[in-house]
Design a protein around this ligand. Structure first.
Ligand code: IMP
Ligand code: MG
Length: 181
């Protein structure tokens, strides 16, 4: 299968992703040995990463999901996350691992971490596939990060533009012409 026509170039190949996700997940596997973490996937962008990630864990894990969105920028009341789908499980006393596709401004994860802590989680750590460190506006850092990337809009392996391209098995840079027209 060739590269999608809307891709400028492939940033990370299937092979590179597979190798790195295994490395990072093995680290998590060692760190959580003897524990029973609640692994929270943030819908929908994290789903492919999530599926590969949890299959590298050997401790008993419980799966749960949340869907969130931020209010549009420019709104006065920033700092509030809108929960579109909440967790099924109670996080009180649990070791929570939040699995996310990408940290950009940090708004989503800074607020989510606060929320889960307020709900009484014993610990909250973040595992992200991608990190755009230069874009950070909110004080949050990943505990586990697969790749640092530049400030470019990327798609594939779960990440979308306008709900498209999530199924691509690699991560590519989206052509500017797609979102500038
Ligand atoms: P943050 O709250 O600003 O950190 O934004 C995180 C969210 O922005 C991610 O969960 C993605 O949905 C979205 N996002 C940021 N950068 C990209 C990108 O390059 N491609 C696709 N989605 C992105
Ligand atoms: Mg997202």
């Amino acid at each position: 299968m060739g590269m999608h026509k809307d891709c400028e170039r492939v940033l990370l190949t299937e092979e590179q992703i597979r190798t790195r996700v295994k490395e990072v997940a093995s680290q998590v596997d060692r760190d959580y040995r003897g524990k029973n973490p609640l692994v929270v996937g943030i819908l929908k962008g994290s789903i492919i990463f999530y599926a590969d990630f949890i299959r590298c864990l050997s401790m008993p894990v419980e799966l749960d999901f949340m869907a969130v969105s931020s209010y549009g920028s420019g709104s006065v009341s920033s700092g509030k996350l809108r929960i579109k789908k909440d967790l099924d499980r109670d996080v009180k006393g649990r070791d929570v691992i939040v699995v996310e596709d990408i940290i950009d401004s940090g708004f989503t994860l800074a607020n989510l971490k606060l929320l889960l802590t307020e709900r009484g989680a014993a610990s909250v750590r973040i595992a992200t596939l991608l990190n755009k460190a230069d874009r950070r506006e909110y004080d949050v850092a990943p505990d586990y990060n697969c790749f640092d990337i530049e400030n470019e809009f990327v798609i594939g392996y779960g990440l979308d533009y306008n709900e498209q391209y999530r199924h691509l098995p690699y991560i590519g840079v989206l052509k500017r012409s797609v979102y500038e027209k």
